[in-house]
Ligand binder design. Sequence first.
Ligand code: OXD
Ligand code: MN
Length: 588
Amino acid sequence: MSSRTALEAWVDECARLTQPDTVYWCDGSEQEYQRLIEAMMQDGSMQRLNPKSYPNSYLYHSDPSDVARTEEDTFICTTRREDAGPTNHWMSPDEAKAKVRPIFEGSMRGRTMYVVPYVMGPLGSPLMKVGVEITDSPYVAASMRIMTRMGKGALDALDTNGGEFVPGLHCTGNLDPDQRYILHFPEENLIWSVGSGYGGNALLGKKCLSLRLASWMGWKNGWLAEHMLILGLEDPSGNVTYMAGAFPSACGKTNLAMLVSPLADEGWKVWTIGDDIAWMRVGEDGRLWAVNPESGFFGVAPGTNVATNPNAMATLSHNSIFTNVAVTPNDEPWWEGIDPDHKTPPEGTIDWLGKRFTPGDGPAAHPNARFTAPAGQCPSISPHWEDPQGVPISAFIFGGRRARVAPLVYQAFNWRHGVFVGAGMASETTAAAKGKVGVVRRDPMAMLPFCGYNMGDYWQHWLNMGEKLTNPPQVFHVNWFRKDDEGRFLWPGFGQNVRVLRWMQERINGGGKAVKTAVGYVPTPDALDLEGLDISDAQAQALLDVDPTEWEQEWTDQRPFFEQFGEHLPRAIEEEHRALGERIRAAR
Ligand code: OXD
Ligand code: MN
């Protein structure tokens, strides 16, 4: 049997089920990419952007009903319901297949079926995984070429790994929300997605394989798959400290990963390794080593500009695909915030719905409009971003979007407390998922929509990983979004966040001044370098404040969340929660 026999059999089976007119195997070449784009331009679904200012870049409009991840249609299909846990939607594998197979039947009639072999992880990495996505969407096939190592190289990898791959079947379907399912079968490493062409639902290498299935694989095999950016902070002596940060969707992971340091003159610089996903394993040295499984960025466009994220703007300036942005008469992409000086687009701009924009109409770009750009184009990309062994992680940064409660930064007392800090995370919701924006929801480790198994078991797995680490990362929590009583942000954020990273680096190395509070170590007001910032002492105080009354409320809110895990809730998390309550009450 050749290493491709199983793959060929599965492709035949999918073709019999979906009945495409043509089956096409992607080789990942530039010529093929251009042919895919050309075909989409012919049928009107892609538009070429200005070749002078945005060379080799294109605009794509999705169906207006299909613009974000749909968590209500996302299922973990395990034999036992409790393996999916209370925070995931669950169906038994048999029920899921019986329900969704009829939707796939004949679903590619009249269409081309693209077979997209891809690799997640740097080639040669001990964690690298081969996936094969079958899709009827040329947009998905083209995007996969940016986001993954796609094509012939992946087939070659199959030949050396004994033919092992993660199959993922995707069909755009009729986009009827009642026939939309994103199904994960972690017990057999299989993905089925139908009824959506949106990136997070349809680029199966990303959330489906690299987070939901990979988190399960990591649980079974002793590693971690996390919704985390990876960055390197270079200090004036040239040493680089690697940090991985978990923030919910659209809370600034890409901005932090690509931060341009205002302290560059003093020698502080940030290197980018990844902006969304980290796979991590214990190295022989007892440290945690991280790789970015992706090879591109699927970033939120609105709010991105030369001031907030100059590196992203440079990255997306060529070879990129834009989804659901507006387009100016000059054929350039436009979104809210792209030009800090203009709130509305130039006269004659066509909005994301394809209509001529008139002020007062609502946003010109969808709030979850995206750019898809090759990671290697990022000016701050680390020379180590594709190292097969990865980079050693010294810090985890958890964070959320909280107008109140959480101080700008605090440090956990130890690993176990750090796991609890991640488990207790909460954030205001954003446009990255369908649903109401701005409501506080508990989002442990920013993995609520992405953990492929019972979250209680997931925390236990984190605690177990700590046992294997002789040198575990220090754990921090940040909140760039704290507001004053008038609703104004207290912290400038973006590039200035390097000042907070710098304090973390000092703490990791045994320095950095801090006070012990009920929630963790908080910097003393003089410990953060605030020079040159327009922040009064009172503001600095407010930013770092740990208010026992607010925290008592937070603690109370956490309780029912933790309780729903029943016997899957690790004793250590329960104890840490109790201890937090005691410290808060002692501080009152
Ligand atoms: C993403 C998300 O697209 O988290 O990265 O939704
Ligand atoms: Mn994400």
